[in-house]
Design a protein around this ligand. Sequence first.
Ligand code: NAD
Length: 336
Amino acid sequence: MSNTTRVLVTGAGGFIGHHLMAHFKRQGYRVRGVDLKPPEYCPSSADEFELLDLRRWDSCLQATRGIDEVFALAADMGGMGFISNHHAQILYNNSLINLHTLEAARINGVRRYLYTSSACVYPEYKQAEANVVPLKEEDAYPAQPQDAYGWEKLVTERLCAHYREDYGIETRVVRFHNIFGPLGTWDGGREKAPAAMCRKVAIAKLTGNAEIEIWGDGEQTRSFCYIDDCVKGIDLLMRSDFRQPLNLGQDRMVTINQLADMVAAVAGVQISKKHVPGPMGVRGRNSDNTLLRSVLKWEPAVSLEEGLARTYGWIEEQVRERMAEERRPELAARRW
Ligand code: NAD
């Protein structure tokens, strides 16, 4: 990518999109960001930031006009609590966003298009055990994703392949495995496990109530990848000539109970876990990074401990500020 390349990041008001914009700006590129909302936690570094609803065809045409490369991150999404309870909304909104953004990009002569897919495309039957075999890209078929979110991602992966074959637009597809870090949603119902855990532990620390709730028995497993590695991997994949879907994540698997203990250790607080009913997603999931290493000659390097330390510090600050605003921490703790 040269400094004259005009880049569009959709979903630039969201967690990964915001960090990606900042990454491109540090490299000196001209970047347009588009989202329904501006970034929540700090101003965008975009040269242009447009508030557009990408479910709409006219918005997608406007967003992609004059653009060379699209990084398509806009999605109606959240953590397990959100994904497992909003199937119709997710399938409808994300299908419209992705169909319209890719077609508008084609009409406007965009050269390269990176689509952000998810480990949620992998079939349920390969993720039934906590001690799961790491998932290779080819494992996505025969398809049986658990949620509508995964089905929509899979369909858009196919759309990207066909647009490349039929129209020559250079598409790239990345499958993220649980990206986390500062400046991501940490409350409100769309937050993901690492952010939710940091918030719960921060509240335990600041209120002195050591009990934190964990959905299910906490023995479900996942791998977690820090945001700086995610941004680097996206950039490397877009520059590569690799055209098939590629995992982007860490391949160190931990249980949710272990994740809670790690966050508590970072916070320097004792917690007691209360296991409550709640959506757990698949029983086990891990990334097989064999293809990632061979294609990008690189793999995520920030350790989970280091990533959690950086994320926890930011979330504890948010919780402190919120409590200060409410001036009555004991009530705030109960409400959360
Ligand atoms: P996010 O929710 O923080 O960001 C998504 C952004 O898309 C939000 O700011 C939202 O306002 C915007 N958006 C939603 N509907 C829109 C619309 N109609 N028009 C314009 N903008 C709209 O999520 P994120 O974690 O930054 O994820 C970015 C991408 O990566 C998404 O496509 C997501 O599915 C994918 N992904 C993320 C993870 C993860 O762990 N964070 C894992 C797998 C896949």
